[in-house]
Ligand binder design. Structure first.
Ligand code: PNS
Length: 160
């Protein structure tokens, strides 16, 4: 069974993430999308809220499971019997950081591969931070995040 893990902060999930989830679910028997719980930046949504938003956005994708993890990603892959780390690449600027992480993870366990899916060009500009900035300034985020979570983003920003 080929199990891939797509890790990230997903604060919140964007249509760029959804594109990677959809495409990778065609390549794996199971894709576990996992929210990192040791993220240092100050997030907008709590871990549980991010898991909930992802679960809602992927509810019609039977191969996709939503989870969260703490600690080293490699340890989490072992725990979940997964063999591949899935990452999305939007631009050259992502490359250096992602390359370094992939090499560190390979050093920690050479049996685990990292694969990179090039973003669909229509999402190359898209990031969770951009979504938060646009929504926070009253702009329209339709088409940037799954429709089912748009309201949550505005509501959360209003509460903060
Ligand atoms: O969405 P992000 O913030 O780019 O995701 C980063 C993530 C979660 C992939 C990365 O921070 C991570 O793998 N964290 C787990 C800690 C770990 O394993 N570190 C060693 C590899 S550098």
């Amino acid at each position: 069974m080929k199990i891939g893990v797509y890790p990230g902060s997903f604060d919140p999930v964007t249509n760029g993430h959804m594109d990677v989830i959809e495409r990778s679910s065609r390549m794996f028997d199971r894709v576990i999308v996992s929210v990192v719980r040791n993220y240092s930046k100050k997030p907008l949504f709590t871990y549980d809220e991010r898991v909930e938003l992802l679960s809602r956005a992927t509810k019609d994708m039977p191969k996709v499971e939503i989870d969260s993890f703490e600690g080293l990603l490699i340890d989490y892959l072992h725990k979940r019997n997964a063999n591949v780390i899935i990452k999305g690449l939007r631009a050259i600027s992502d490359f250096e950081y992602e390359f370094q992480m992939a090499l560190i993870n390979r050093k920690l366990d050479p049996e685990i591969e990292t694969i990179f899916l090039m973003t669909n060009s229509q999402y190359s500009f898209l990031s969770s931070s951009a979504v938060k900035e646009v929504a926070g300034l009253g702009g329209c985020i339709a088409g940037l995040v799954p429709e089912s979570i748009i309201r949550d983003v505005y509501l959360k920003l209003k509460q903060k």
